[in-house]
Design a protein around this ligand. Sequence first.
Ligand code: GLP
Length: 237
Amino acid sequence: MEIFVVPTASATGSVAAGILAAVVRSKPDAVLGLATGGSPLPIYKALAEHSVEMGAVRGFALDEYVGLPAGHPESYAEVIRREVTVRLGLDPANVAVPDGGAPDPRQAAADYDAAIARAGGIDVQILGIGHNGHIAFNEPGSALDSRTRVEVLTERTRQANARYFASPDDVPTQCITQGLGTIMEARHLLLVVSGADKAEILAAALQGPVSADCPASILQRHAHVTVVADEAAAAKL
Ligand code: GLP
């Protein structure tokens, strides 16, 4: 595992974007795993500054809420469209997000898992970490070999994400998330973390026991992990 500690959140974006730009230069149709939340936003902003052609890049989002109306600005489909597809000039036809509006979300989850495999797997998976150690929406207790599936969000995660919605009650209660087993099949995991509020959980994930109690701890078992953290988030490593 390689760990880069940089002064600021914006610098995490620059370092991670440099890694991604190099991947895309050597493989123009690379498959990128796309994360939402606040932590990866500096990456997408920094990557837009690189003169790298992204038109052939393929992307798979990590997760999506279940039950938001199509086009809801906080659906991850919209966030990815705005922050990634448009900003970086990806072809929308090459970018997939789990279908949280599907009549049968379980089937949609299984189909999504199969689509990742059909694409040849993910070259670089961008990840953030939740305060309870979740990655994507794999909440504590998620099986370490879980696949893409429907999950119930914890109250803590709903509260953390309430900042994006008009009222906390508007945060969906369910999601479709890539599983921990799915994420572990990506060839390179790129975890980006910023802020003092993540220091404790980052240390637990990277240095504590590997356990479903802290889903991000599974990263310790992956052969190619890069962590980019700002000084505040790295304070307890
Ligand atoms: C969200 C997302 C995760 C993200 C995490 C942390 O709920 N589903 O993919 O990594 O929570 O988000 P943030 O970076 O905003 O703290």
